[in-house]
Design a binder for this molecule. Structure first.
Ligand code: ATP
Ligand code: MG
Length: 149
């Protein structure tokens, strides 16, 4: 397994529901290195670019409206197997189908406001990281010799 980077975004519902800490603690406890983090309010253009593969689908407009309705927290995460590991931690798109123990399964209520975005492939991760971060934003750090790994 190779160390890889993935991109995560805490969606606009997370701040009003006071779930920032709850979501981030799950990411930390699963061993991801947070190597960059930024709070932003997306423009429509940025949100549409981010979700461009969904342009034309019935839920696209409501998805974009929601995603620009308030601030999001964007992160670059590094770990072995980071891309599938974060998808697993996020859970299925529909919170009612997501397993208990996942972020969406435990905390999500509706599909359109499912708390977290996670890159779905290496290509998506590269594209999304470049869309939201520059290389200068990245802060790589090492684990010590702690007992946690
Ligand atoms: N049928 C649907 N009805 C309403 N919203 C939907 C539907 N399908 C997807 N969405 C919304 O669009 C987002 C992007 O859909 P996608 O198929 O990429 O799911 P995902 O990869 O699990 O989620 P994300 O890309 O946000 O990590 C979903 O997270 C969800 O908020
Ligand atoms: Mg997706």
């Amino acid at each position: 397994m190779a160390v890889e980077r993935t991109f995560a975004m805490l969606k606009p519902g997370v701040l009003p529901r006071r779930l920032v800490g709850e979501v981030i603690i799950r990411i930390e406890q699963k061993g991801f290195h947070i190597i960059s983090m930024k709070m932003i309010t997306m423009s429509r253009e940025l949100a549409e670019t981010h979700y461009k593969e969904h342009r034309g689908k019935p839920f696209f407009e409501s998805l974009i409206e929601y995603m620009i309705s308030g601030p999001v927290i964007t992160m670059v995460l590094e770990r072995e197997n980071a891309i599938p590991a974060l998808r697993k931690l996020a859970g299925a798109t529909d919170p009612d189908m997501a397993d208990p123990g996942t972020i969406r399964g435990d905390l999500g209520i509706v599909t359109g406001k499912n708390l977290i975005h996670a890159s779905d492939s290496a290509e998506s991760a590269d594209r999304e990281i470049q869309l939201f971060f520059t290389e200068e934003d990245i802060n790589v750090w090492e684990d010590g010799n702690g007992p946690w790994l």
